[in-house]
Design a protein around this ligand. Structure first.
Ligand code: PAF
Length: 284
């Protein structure tokens, strides 16, 4: 496995692969890799000749009071996991390599990024769209693979490559969960033992909505949201940030479950912000 730290060298490697007629799959990450990331890598490995993974904790997608500084950076362990997953190139640039001191160009998506996490993390998606554009220019992949846990991010990525005519296919892979249902996340390691126990509340709330739609045929999102709220309120360490039920494609709020609806929520457990989601289908 080659480790590349400069954008220029990454572009040279990509050009080499392409000249040899090889297809490149790309998994962008911020490191602190877990089974969720590994499942993306395994899928990517099977669907291309070359697998590039980036590890870059992107400062521009963190708010001033967020966890940029303390975000875990276990690089040696990450490198070992990448090696085991058959990664060809680990792209690990520094902040200076990615952003010039006088950086002044941003990529901004103006519709899908307004609600859900975008409403609570101002500037977050501007940071994500900008860095992913820069990463795509560096890696020049045929496929870029994202996780469904960040459903809003995934929808924005699809829109971005469409609107900007970027020659890359966005692939979104399912959420990977711990045995008790907690969605895998790098931030799970912030949780103290009792917080970890209560962190299942996100999944429990989503399961409640799934049961109501599937088992009882309840379609009104008002009722589903109220029931999900009640579940969260039973966990004393949980502070709800939002529960939204939106059209799975446009991310606009909906009143009833007809076409697929994304039920998404963000909850703080102690100081840790967790997100999760499911797609509800009417079955009609
Ligand atoms: O999902 C993430 O880990 C990040 O938002 C991404 C896509 C790597 C951009 O920094």
């Amino acid at each position: 496995m080659e480790i590349i730290r400069s954008v220029h060298r990454m572009q040279e490697a990509a050009a080499r692969f392409r000249a040899a007629g090889e297809r490149i799959a790309f998994v962008p990450t911020m490191g602190c890799l877990h089974e969720g990331h590994l499942s993306l890598m395994r899928w990517a490995r099977r669907h291309a000749d070359r697998l590039v993974v980036s590890i870059f904790v992107n400062p521009t997608q963190f708010g001033p009071k967020e966890d940029y500084r303390r975000y875990p950076r276990p690089f040696r362990e990450d490198r070992r996991l990448c090696q085991g997953a058959g990664v060809d190139v680990l792209f690990h640039p520094s902040v200076r390599a990615m952003y010039r001191a006088d950086h002044s160009v941003w990529v901004v998506e103006e519709a899908l990024s307004q609600g859900l996490c975008g409403a609570h993390r101002p500037g977050h998606f501007r940071g994500v769209t900008t860095v992913v554009t820069k990463l795509l220019h560096a890696v020049q992949p045929d496929l870029a693979v994202f996780g469904q846990k960040d459903a809003q991010q995934a929808a924005i990525m699809r829109r971005m490559v469409l609107d900007l005519n970027m020659p890359v296919r966005i692939v979104v892979r399912p959420i990977v969960r711990e045995p008790d249902g907690l969605a895998m996340s790098s931030r799970n390691r912030y949780l103290a033992p009792e917080e970890r126990v209560q962190a299942v509340c996100l999944r429990r709330a989503l399961e409640t909505a799934e049961r109501m739609v599937k088992g009882q045929g309840i379609r009104q999102t008002r009722r589903l949201r109220a029931a999900m709220r009640r579940v969260i309120s039973r966990y004393p360490l949980a502070r709800l940030e939002y529960i939204e039920l939106v059209d799975a494609e446009s991310l606009k709020p909906v009143k009833t479950v007809k076409s697929p609806v994304l039920a998404a929520l963000a909850v703080r457990i102690g100081a840790t912000r967790l997100i999760d989601n499911t797609v509800l289908k009417s079955g009609a």
